[in-house]
Write a protein that binds this ligand. Sequence first.
Ligand code: XLS
Ligand code: NI
Ligand code: NI
Length: 438
Amino acid sequence: MAEIFGEIKKIAYEGPGSRNPLSFKHYDPERVVAGKSMREHLPFAMAWWHNLCYCGQDMFGSITMDKSFGAQPGIMTHAYSKVDAGFEFMQKLGIDYFCFHDTDLIPEACDINETNARLDELSDYIIKKMQETGIRCLWGTANMFSSPRYLSGAGSSNSADVFAFAAAQVKKALDLTVKLGGRGYVFWGGREGYETLLNTDVKFEQENVAYLMKMAVAYGRKIGFSGDFYIEPKPKEPMKHQYDFDAATSIGFLKQHGLEKDFKLNIESNHATLAGHTFQHELHIASMNGMLGSVDANSGDLLLGWDTDEFPKNVYDATMCMYEILKAGGLSGGLNFDAKNRRASYTHEDMFQAYILGMDTFALGLIKAVALIEDGRIDEFVKERYASFSTGIGAKIRRKETTLEKLADYASEMKSLELPGSGRQEYLESVVNSILFG
Ligand code: XLS
Ligand code: NI
Ligand code: NI
């Protein structure tokens, strides 16, 4: 079969000194760090939607990128050519996983039965490609935000028929995820939220969203899905208020509705900053609750207030991300590049360049995070910072052996109360800089 990206050869590791734009400078898949190969530490995934479907359109202008991949006009021929392009792309970059929405694979038909038939047909072809290449599915999801029927949400819609249609879409997307052996299934609640309380019953809507998730778990387990379900928190955009605002809110929601055993979180960098948090904060909150499942590894632009989905280039952020992932013992999911080329970067080579940038950024982040952990000064400082809880009254507090009365007696006998030890933030920041930049 003729190649689609014929002008681009397999991308090889050439080391930091290389000036070849089509080479990895830091991602060396077989290099072992902290006991595992980089490839195992970094289960990279291609996002079908941005890589194979997004053509550069924005609110002010039409498409700039040609993603026809040589297809003749026709619905299924283009769907097939995207599969060919995607697998060639992943193979050339050495990417082991992909993620998809149902509607990324094929365009929806007017009749859901026809849509499902298209999905069945195309997924047979995807399986064939997976068998030939060893590439796997990281997670699947249903697009429940683009179609006009979801203008007021899917699980949170005011229309019971729309709710039922969303359920049918989730059922099919779960069938596909299981068929493709996906590790996870994502709920990104794009339109599960509201614009104004003048027309919205929040409690009612949240109960319905939770019920849709419960039915998804019941069905998924019935058809043999043993992976994790994920919520991908995001505070806003497209809605003003989204129900899965951030990690803490989503964990509270999952616990409130008894979903915490089946769900983890898919943390997206750009969503974290939109919620007013750092990426590391969101990863940390998920991790300390045992709910860090997977990562959407893009990045935002702090000067812009929306989800710009840029390829990650910030080594500091990637380091702190990998620091959290290493401390969590790795990911059961992976690192999905939910990122798109800038509108003016419209060539096939730009597509490769973007993934090289993202993969190298995370490889560097991994190397630096391992160095930070091995250096030990941060861990040591944090441990020392809480040392007053290791003995005496502190140890009793930690063992929950005190009462307010006992602590009041203790306080009344204090001769003086010293300031807590210095936080030494600047020192710690300089430790990080010295590890990052030598
Ligand atoms: C949008 C989300 C979306 C999810 C999948 O902001 O990031 O792309 O990852 O529906
Ligand atoms: Ni996003
Ligand atoms: Ni995402």
